[in-house]
Design a binder for this molecule. Structure first.
Ligand SMILES: Nc1nc2c(ncn2[C@@H]2O[C@H](COP(=O)(O)OP(=O)(O)OP(=O)(O)O)[C@@H](O)[C@H]2O)c(=O)[nH]1
Ligand SMILES: [Mg+2]
Length: 85
């Protein structure tokens, strides 16, 4: 019996995906609340203090109906001077 390495298509398709990973880029004008909505969603925190973002990568790990889900969330700069766009 060979060792099972990686995907076994017949078995994995039958039990469904067990891992998923998605990348999300949050874009918008300066001070509209991009960072706030990310920190509220991931860390359940909110602050009225404003600190402009240059660029920040966040990661969230969730387990939904037995599927492990990883979200890579990129928080971008809204202000023109530091924006990559
Ligand atoms: N009252 C209220 N204030 C908010 C809300 N969302 C964000 N703010 C405030 O608005 C300001 C800007 O929020 P940020 O989340 O930093 O905005 P941003 O879009 O990330 O800004 P940049 O990083 O400069 O692009 C902060 O002082 C927040 O506290 C909200 O839903 N209600
Ligand atoms: Mg920000």
């Amino acid at each position: 019996m060979p060792n099972r390495v990686g995907r076994n298509n017949a078995v994995d398709d039958a039990i469904g995906p067990t891992n998923a990973r998605h990348k999300i880029v949050v874009m918008g004008s300066a001070k509209v609340g991009k960072t706030s909505i990310i920190t509220q969603f991931l860390y359940n925190t909110f602050t009225t203090k404003y600190k402009r973002t240059i660029e920040e990568m966040h990661q969230g790990n969730f387990s939904i109906a037995g599927v492990s889900l990883t979200l890579d969330i990129l928080d971008t700069a809204g202000s023109y001077e530091v924006s990559a766009f």
